[in-house]
Design a protein around this ligand. Structure first.
Ligand SMILES: [Zn+2]
Length: 358
């Protein structure tokens, strides 16, 4: 048994110390499952051990990496009660998936992950990415502030019906984007909304934007009442301004275009409607950290959020239990069904290409 090391004094995570700066460091740090488990332990109990059962703070770390709680005498794994709880997928694979999801500019699709990490099945890769998205969605956020554009946009394939607000069978999404001076955009928030009525938009604005901020919108009649009292409101009627919508509200149009392009590109437009919010949250997670010097910072934040997230069962992830394209998307060879991928921690001879027999 070993006693706890001193709590971390660092408030801002440091590149090369708290998270890997690049792929080389990532590979060197997390070459085996034990190293990954130790990292989870460190992230979870950075400020000292806290027993998830009794909240006791006195414990010892045992040789098998579990903690022994002095108060309730339970043995606790660093993964207990987190998204990694009882996962059959080895931690090296979770970590590699998290690295790919956060280091690639556009993230990664389940199909690509399935292919590159040797997952036994497509659903395993799909479920892992969705577990990551749940952790991202679950995290608390700082509110947007300053000058913020707010608008709504419509998602969904080509369907018949009314266009724009109130279109049937399509998903309406509220978008908020910070405007930075002298130019450029700050952070964004995207949320599915049932309609563009005053009460709905008021809740969206109050949830995501600090009171006292200056809100820029188009001329929709819901906005003046949705923002009164707590915000300064600048409404510009698109038709009356003689400008295009993307000139009046450049931030929200830019973000909406980027999200749609991302869904069409990385995910080939094949997202399930019930999971759209999770994709929107993943987009915002990446967009809001696009100016980070090191991509490893996103990896660090994702792992942090996974440790703070409770376990999620597969059936909880499936928004629509019987999707239309179930057969096509979930067809898995029977010999690979339910098979956990092997650990990436494999022992290989040095220079196998030299020792191979002809
Ligand atoms: Zn305890």
């Amino acid at each position: 048994m070993e006693s706890r090391i001193a709590p971390s004094q660092r408030k801002t995570p440091k590149a090369g110390v708290d998270y890997p700066r690049n792929y080389a460091e990532f590979m060197a740090w997390f070459s085996d499952d034990a190293a990954c488990l130790d990292y989870l332990d460190w992230i979870r109990w950075k400020d000292g051990f806290e027993c998830p059962s009794c909240h006791g703070s006195k414990g010892w770390r045992m040789k098998n990496s579990k903690w022994w709680c002095d108060a309730c005498r339970n043995r606790i794994s660093p993964t207990a009660g987190t998204i990694f709880h009882h996962a059959r997928t080895p931690l090296t694979v979770w970590f590699a998936a998290a690295w790919h999801m956060t280091s690639a500019k556009n993230g990664v699709s389940a199909k690509t992950l399935h292919r590159i990490l040797g997952f036994g099945s497509y659903p395993t890769a799909w479920a892992m990415l969705h577990r990551f998205r749940c952790a991202i969605s679950n995290a608390g956020h700082d509110m947007l502030s300053g000058h913020v554009e707010v608008d709504e946009t419509v998602f969904g394939g080509v369907r018949h019906g009314k266009r724009g607000r109130g279109a049937e069978g399509k998903v309406l999404v509220a978008v908020a984007v910070e405007l930075l001076s002298p130019k450029g955009f700050g952070r964004c928030r995207l949320q599915i909304i049932p309609n563009a009525e005053t009460e709905t938009l008021k809740v969206f604005i109050q949830t995501h934007i600090k009171a006292g901020s200056c809100i820029h919108t188009d001329g929709l009649t819901s906005y003046p009442s949705a923002t009164k009292d707590e915000y300064i409101h600048h409404g510009t009627s698109i038709s009356g301004s003689g400008k295009d919508a993307n000139e009046v509200l450049p931030g929200v149009h830019r973000v909406a275009a980027l999200v749609k392009r991302w869904l069409m590109g990385t995910h080939q437009g094949s997202f399930e409607e019930g999971h759209l919010q999770a994709y929107l949250d993943e987009f915002a997670f990446r967009f809001n950290r696009r100016k980070s010097t090191h991509r490893g910072m996103l990896f660090f934040r994702l792992i942090e959020q996974c440790v703070a997230m409770h376990p999620i069962r597969f059936h909880e992830l499936v928004a629509n239990p019987k999707p239309k394209n179930e057969k096509q998307e979930f067809a898995v060879p029977s010999n690979l069904r339910n098979k956990a991928p092997p650990s990436l921690d494999i022992s290989v001879p040095t220079h196998p290409w030299r020792s191979a027999l002809p």
